[in-house]
Design a protein around this ligand. Structure first.
Ligand code: SAH
Length: 255
């Protein structure tokens, strides 16, 4: 089994159970207790989630006549083509992707290294109007690092998690996630570009109080190579950039 590495894993877990939880629960929420930077990140992140949902919806529309083309911003309902699909949402956070996928009928296994984050995801699901509705399977929520997730899923998603790990560890994570995917892997990462690398260095010279963990950028070619080693070929790409949020999104399917 792939290991992200002891100290880094422990530091990330501690962060997302404490100050990181406070920070990201707000960013991934709807309240106005966010500053300008956090609001910008919230919007950027929502765009990434919407792009993933649009892929699910487009595939469903192609495979089933009655599927809707809605995204998370519009009301979603169980879709015949998504219903029953198994999805692993690794590093699910507060459930930004898990909830709309469950609303579409997917059987989601949502896990996160942070019990606080995944606990919040479960709370949000229980309080959502969709919970308990016919055709909306309750996701399986679990506090677990992705290296320890087992099983077999149609699609394995891992959004905005790799930023916490250097490339060698990210390689192992990609390999492990791919081993769980029967058909497809969807993942996002902060891309390494000269401009972003510079921004990051500036950010490190003036670290904000809330930034307790390091942020790692990844070269797309490295991520793609890790996917290829696992037998996956990239089939879709998206990029989301706002002022403070940068996320490259890849879909890869088993060859
Ligand atoms: N994927 C979610 C959350 C992104 S925030 C979304 O897009 O909304 C990053 C999340 O990754 C945090 O909740 C953090 O606890 C989790 N995480 C970090 N390292 C992890 C690991 N090794 N295994 C599982 N989850 C991890």
């Amino acid at each position: 089994m792939a290991q992200a590495g002891g100290d880094e894993l422990e530091a990330v877990k501690k962060y997302f159970n404490t100050s990181g939880f406070e920070r990201w629960n707000k960013i991934y929420g709807e309240t106005d207790e966010v500053n300008k930077v956090q609001l910008d990140i919230r919007k950027g992140h929502a765009m990434t989630v919407d792009k993933v949902l649009a892929w699910f919806d487009a595939d469903a529309a192609g495979g089933a006549a009655s599927a809707s083309s809605s995204s998370s911003s519009s009301p979603s309902s169980p879709s015949p083509a998504i219903a029953g699909r198994t999805v692993c949402d690794a590093g699910c956070g507060t459930g930004s992707l898990t909830l709309p996928l469950a609303e579409r009928g997917a059987r989601v296994s949502a896990s996160d290294i942070s019990a606080a984050m995944v606990g919040e995801a479960e709370r949000r699901f229980r309080q959502s109007p969709a919970a308990g509705k016919e055709g909306v399977p309750a996701p399986a929520f679990e506090a677990k690092d992705l290296e320890s997730v087992g099983g077999s899923f149609d699609t394995v998603c891992c959004l905005d998690v790799m930023i916490h790990y250097p490339q060698d560890k990210a390689d192992a994570m990609v390999g492990h996630l791919a081993s769980l995917a029967e058909r497809r892997v969807v993942l996002s990462f902060a891309p390494y570009t000269p401009a972003l690398a510079l921004l990051k260095r500036v950010g490190e010279l003036f670290p904000g109080p809330a930034k307790a963990t390091r942020a790692y950028l990844h070269r797309e070619a490295d991520v793609e190579a890790a996917l290829a080693r696992a037998g996956f070929r990239v089939t879709r790409r998206e990029m989301t950039s706002t002022s403070f949020y940068f996320s490259r999104l890849l879909e890869a399917v088993r060859e």
